[in-house]
Design a protein around this ligand. Sequence first.
Ligand SMILES: [Zn+2]
Length: 448
Amino acid sequence: MKIFINPGHGPNIIDAKGEKPYDQSYDPGAVGLNGYQEATVNLSIANKLIARLNDHVDLKLYQSGGIWRGPNDYTLKDICEAANNWEADCLISIHAGASNDRASQGISTHYQMMGNRMSTEKYDKGKKLAEITHNHLINEFGDYGKTYDKGLIVDNFQILRDTKCPGILVEIGYITNPLDEIKMQRDPWQDAAAYALMLALNDYLGLGLYPYPCLPNTGKPLTECPYNEPETDVQIGSKGNDVRWVQWQLNLCGFVLVVDGDFGSSTETAVRSYQKNIALPLDGIVGANTRKLLRTVAESCPYREPTDNILMGSKGNNVRWVQWHLNRMGINLDTDGDFGPLPDFVVKEFQKSNHLTADGIVGPQTRTKLKSITRTCPYNEPRKKLHQRNAGAGVCWVQWHLNRNGADLAIDGTLGSATTAAIRTFQKDNTLASDGVVGPLTRAALKK
Ligand SMILES: [Zn+2]
């Protein structure tokens, strides 16, 4: 079985005269607000897909800008020829969406329309592959997929038209949307994409592979910062990854900064208004206190909540979940997954101070209490009514407060079905109209 993979855009753009048409030797594809390039995410997903399939089928990967031609470049025509000469069984072209409207988000799967050179058989097969793939993508992207499902689109692309085998083109996320841009740089996003594509090929080609789940995704939030927290003060004139950490965290709070590692006046202005929001001294310097509050923004437990009772002698990720939550209160336990005498002591103390039976057993009540530990919310309270499909830092505020009230949501700034369900539950519990819309009354109740 032969699968031809074409991550869109890429290296070595040289025009027909042998000159570089732009001041670059590379077609980045669409570029996000913070400089992340479509060609990079397309290739990462392709490589992850290959990693999942290369023990099982024959694969070829061609990446290109597709518009310009150079000695080491492939035009779309070259790519189509290569796929045809190789007699590929199917083709997958991987892209990310782009729009002038920065609010656009979503996943779409494209297949080739009927036309002169199109047999009914190829059309039907392309459509079938698109349907199978789209279902898997929407599924693997969970709440995001369901909320931003842009559907199947019949289209006219050279890469699908001039190849003999059936093929599809997927657009996974919008690189022009700042939240999508952050998410698509992270492994969980790319793994979900590669895994969905693998499942689709497995179904479509009848490969009979055991569908290993998305192993590298341990449930870590997509909002995990890719930079290490700085250990010293960061301020105007600072440069490098320490500054990127600050910019990245500020963006999660709703600021829109270019993550360029350069602490200039726009970063300083953002730091000052952040400090103002959370009542810190307004000095524009990211010192220990500002860092501590910025850090809480992306903090979300990487372990799944246990369903069994956890007690002395328990082992594994269930115990790590408990240790992680105890540490959030300032206790410094190793998250080693081993429930020994020290966690036992700490749990009993925690239960005592929270009027729970001090038996050292982490059952449902202790877990609920552990989850509801109060912290200062690092997000601005939204001023608008928020309802399903809203996205942004205002949604983070809602998610943060719902979690404080016992929900267990990823703080991803996306108001999808899980968040809406949590809002409805909260409204019901607080004798509010259970409409899933966060207006002034619901906000007031959330803050209590
Ligand atoms: Zn593209």
